[in-house]
Design a protein around this ligand. Structure first.
Ligand code: AP5
Length: 216
């Protein structure tokens, strides 16, 4: 099963992806995580991406297309994959289609998690991250011990782009550059929209109802 998680910043893509990965045994490919790892390791890709990300802008398409082509060629993607944060523009979606066509594959489903702006701002401004990739929220999804990750005991931190100015920019960028993908995938009849304003476990149940149709 090849799936895409679509949705604005803060919709809960990463939160749901962790559960989908465990339940369906699909590799979770988050382009945001790949870019942040490159920034932490001071790679040339990380250096190129850093200023775009801290402003809340998209990193140029050609860099992302190279990343995704390379990642999808890895062995763990042979039986399917879950993309989180890619594609984010029409050229990225067209490139994905070309990459998959070359290997005789398709995108089975695009799960679009829908949440209104007011809720997104609350979620992003209260988000705390751990280096292991687990995300928390100071009110909606707090760790058991304040500022400490339940999974690995790491110290939690706030992402640079979760500051209020960057959040506003990310939401504008989403509307201009990523939202057109909703019509793009709807016209291919593979878009399934989920109400992302519910509680985290209920959203996962709704996603499972969709994915069970494709998980043969
Ligand atoms: P990326 O890391 O992909 O960020 P994003 O898409 O902006 O998404 P987020 O990680 O902010 O949100 P999410 O939907 O995963 O929400 P989460 O589950 O954490 O990208 C970062 C940057 O990298 C981009 O801005 C861009 O610069 C660059 N980039 C990445 N991919 C790119 C691409 N393809 N092209 C170009 N540039 C690219 O949840 C958010 C918070 O809400 C958490 O605190 C969580 O605990 C809480 N929460 C989750 N669900 C619920 C719920 N149901 N109720 C209450 N709280 C909830």
């Amino acid at each position: 099963m090849n799936i895409i998680l679509l949705g604005p910043p803060g919709a809960g893509k990463g939160t749901q992806a962790k559960q989908i990965q465990e339940f369906y045994k699909l590799p979770h490919i988050s382009t945001g995580d790949i870019l942040r790892e490159n920034i932490n390791n001071n790679t040339s890709l990380g250096l190129k991406a850093k200023s775009y990300m801290s402003r809340g802008e998209l990193v140029p398409d050609e860099l992302l297309i190279t990343i995704i082509k390379d990642r999808l060629s890895k062995k763990d993607c042979e039986k399917g994959f879950m993309l989180d944060g890619y594609p984010r523009t029409i050229p990225q979606a067209d490139a994905l289609q070309m990459i998959l066509t070359e290997s005789g594959e398709i995108v089975d489903a695009v799960v679009n998690i829908s949440v209104d702006d007011e809720e997104l701002i609350k979620r992003l401004s209260g988000r705390r991250m751990c280096k292991c990739g687990t995300s928390y929220h100071v009110m909606f999804n707090p760790p058991e011990k304040e500022d400490i990750c339940n999974t690995c005991n790491g110290k939690l931190y706030q992402r640079d782009d979760d500051r209020s100015e960057a959040i506003r920019n990310r939401l504008n960028v989403y509307k201009k550059q990523t939202q057109p993908l909703i019509n793009y995938y709807d016209s291919k009849k593979i878009l399934r929209t989920i109400d992302g304003s519910k509680e985290i476990p209920q959203i996962f149940e709704d996603i499972k109802k969709v994915l069970d149709e494709y998980d043969q």
